[in-house]
Write a protein that binds this ligand. Sequence first.
Ligand SMILES: *Cc1c(COP(=O)(O)O)cnc(C)c1O
Length: 394
Amino acid sequence: MSTQPVMNTYTRLSVAFDHGQGCWLFDTDGNKYLDALSGIAVCGLGHAHPAVTTAISEQASHLIHTSNLYTIPNQERLAERLTQISGMDNVFFGNSGAEANEAAIKIARKYGHSKDIETPTIIVFDGSFHGRTMATLSATGNRSAQAGFEPLVSGFVRAPYDDVDAVKNIIANNSNVVAILVEPIQGEGGIIIPADDYLNQLRDICDANDLLLMLDEVQTGNGRTGTYFAYQQKGILPDVVTTAKGLGNGVPIGACLARGKAAEVFVPGNHGSTYGGNPLCCAAALAVVNTITDEKLAQRAAELGDKIAEGFRAQLGDASYVKEIRHQGLLLAIELTEAGTELAVLCKVKGVLLNITGGGKVVRMLPPLIMSDTEAELLVNTVSRIIKVYMADE
Ligand SMILES: *Cc1c(COP(=O)(O)O)cnc(C)c1O
């Protein structure tokens, strides 16, 4: 039996950080690390960003929490900014990505019931990740994450990712389908980038069948892929979009944005959250959103992502053990031909933080949007060298 007081749910690396500055983290022994993971796409503005620090400290000295029983001006300001940026109509605030997706799932179900569909069903995808609550776990397309937690929540039907015909087939045979929930790029699945017109085709299918197109931008949102939201590169609008990770730069916040008919589904009493959208997290998120837009950090992500990918291609593009190097903005992946699970540890030892996804074969990097060219070069050179030595030695 475990004797640890913290429940045994994570495999952790043996390092603890004391503080951070920009793209750097400093451990409790004083060693420094280039952070190419950003707390899993959370700290897009890096660590100890002055705009976020100031917003949090000022708000904390004023008022942290009141509850959603009262008007929260910061929440209204943040909702206004997010709807302006996204083209959506309104927002529900929770505290995480999973909660944002729970709100989306509830909107889809109630939308279905409003059309007299008694068992509303949502199309979800192989390889997807939507969170760890029971409904979002059931929507997630990863059997190993679900195993042992049955019975799963019903009302989801699964299709292969990046396969429009499969979606059309399901809809043709299932009159209970009310929505499609999809990541514009699969993050946890290994940075899987679908065909250029995939989202556009899903949009058309939803329009033709009166379904809600619900995009999970928990990981892709907040500037990371080169636009504030990834769908903005496709010239479409979803009916629902969820985001979290990069929105609070580490202060827990999630948002479910809705448009048109989807924006009118919830009425008082339908959904709620005690902390959701409280004065503190909204102050932090406002500072984040304004910094991303004022400093054009989405454009910076696009430009720097291209540069980093080009650097990796120059150093590893010809290697027999590299299957593919792919990226969209600062969602970057080096897919290996075989498992490289130890690479995260080897990189940590050499002072670079990243992680491995996609069944152990995908080296994933999600650097802060504020990374400098010099830091990016250091990242490319260090990680390329480590991969070369490790893969050649095997
Ligand atoms: C991380 C993630 C989630 C879950 O977010 P939590 O804040 O951990 O609940 C959901 N969807 C996607 C695409 C994610 O990357």
